[in-house]
Design a protein around this ligand. Structure first.
Ligand SMILES: *Cc1c(COP(=O)(O)O)cnc(C)c1O
Length: 406
């Protein structure tokens, strides 16, 4: 099997699996108990909190809360900031290309009376810091912009947005702050992320996107920000998220993020080479194909290409039959036949958005893997185009724009 869907999830590292099984099978005590084995479990959580803190440049381990997923961190952060600040404003700014966990949560908040403004993106799925700055109103309470896009890999100007918000907040005073929420789930471990350098206030991360287990996440919350309790219970996570901690998962997440950061530069360097190779070879081998996302300002492990005149589902099934795992968009929405909201926001017509393929590398992806893909893929495209009515039409008309009615 050749797994090229590492934006959907990654394979757990052996070292991380090892520490995980240790805390499940041996050091299994409840961290809230008072005997020695419990202290071992508690220490594992403390260590993991420090590992996450260091990985994202946070000031204090207490700014890190562990949760049950990236989506949970997102829900908690957005709902908490909204409800705690509703009395002074209901305006929330976001972008059209956020992950569904952000967009659907904000849609829920808009039904509860919040005024959610969705900024349009350019053809690369990017927004500018100016756009955010210009959208700020006296009743704005939060800006939610992702660090890097999970579908097309484009990196947002987060440091610049953070700098603008810092300036704006200085003139508004501390009780009237615009909070900066940044979904960095695809970015952490792949490119440098520093909450202070970017002035980020709330930042979710997820273990399974960086060779950790599924079902563990964390939320960075800048010191001084009040959070509503997510789960009332036994006082775990400083009273914000009750329930006996997922010690094994948390210890695993701490180690996973530490190891990902330690090798980040080396992996990114090799990914940039693989990325260049894959993009150039694919565009060259297959006529009527185009790269999606920003040509330079993109995650090193991510490639997204549209192939005109074919259906993404057919591509994925034929690739699957050759043992190659890829995606047509995000795993979260690929069960549906709707075209990707990210590609649509970039201005791509339905017909083209359907023919898009996302290939994302892991630290273990090799050039040989890509060569296997490159050997099989052109035949797949040819086969699908042969049965495509659009392709047949194109052979006759010879102009894609005319076909799409432009
Ligand atoms: C995967 C992902 C999420 C959701 O994280 P889970 O841990 O799977 O809930 C949110 N945002 C982005 C950008 C992601 O890639």
């Amino acid at each position: 099997m050749i797994y090229l869907d590492n934006a959907a999830t990654t394979r757990i590292r052996p070292e991380v699996l090892k520490i995980m099984t240790e805390y499940l099978a041996e050091n299994y005590a409840n961290p809230s108990s008072i005997y020695a084995p419990a202290r071992v479990a508690k220490m594992a959580i403390d260590t993991a909190r420090e590992q996450v803190q260091k990985a994202i440049g946070a000031d204090k381990p207490a700014e890190i809360f562990f949760t049950g997923s990236g989506s949970e961190s997102i829900n908690w952060a957005l709902k908490s900031i909204a409800s705690q600040n509703a009395s002074r404003g209901k305006h929330i700014i976001t972008t059209a290309v956020e992950h569904p966990a952000v967009l659907v949560t904000l849609d829920h908040l808009s039904k509860e009376g919040f005024d959610v403004e969705i900024l349009p993106v350019d053809e690369y799925a990017q927004i500018t810091a100016e756009q955010v700055k210009n959208a700020i109103r006296p009743d704005t309470i939060m800006v939610a912009v992702m660090f890097a896009n999970n579908e097309v890999g484009t990196i947002m100007p987060i440091a610049e947005i953070g700098a603008h918000l810092k300036e704006i907040n200085e003139s508004r005073g501390k009780d009237n702050k615009v909070y900066f929420f940044c979904d960095a789930i695809q970015a952490v471990g792949r490119i440098p992320v520093d909450v202070n350098a970017c002035n980020i206030d709330l930042m979710p991360i997820s273990a399974h996107k960086m060779y950790g287990p599924k079902g563990v996440g964390a939320l960075y919350v800048r010191r001084g920000i009040k959070m509503m309790p997510l789960i009332h219970g036994g006082g775990q996570e400083r009273g914000r998220r009750g329930g006996t901690e997922n010690v094994a998962g948390i210890a695993a997440m701490g180690l996973a993020v530490e190891l990902a950061i330690a090798e980040m530069d080396d992996v990114a360097k090799s990914h940039r080479e693989l990325q260049k190779y894959l993009i150039e070879s694919t565009l060259k081998a297959i006529p009527h194909s185009r790269l999606n996302g920003h040509p330079e300002n993109r995650l090193p492990n991510s490639v997204n290409i549209t192939f005109e005149f074919i259906e993404g589902e057919g591509m994925l099934l034929l690739l699957d039959s050759k043992g190659i795992c890829a995606s047509s968009g995000s795993a979260c929405t690929s069960g549906s036949l709707d075209p990707s909201h990210v590609l649509m926001a970039m201005g791509m017509p339905h017909e083209l958005a359907h023919g898009s393929l996302r290939l994302t590398f892991s630290k273990d992806t090799t050039k040989a893997d890509l060569d296997t893909f490159l050997e099989t893929f052109p035949t797949i495209v040819e086969r699908l185009r042969q049965i495509s009515p659009l392709w047949e039409e194109f052979q006759r008309v010879g102009n894609i724009d005319a076909l799409l009615g432009k």
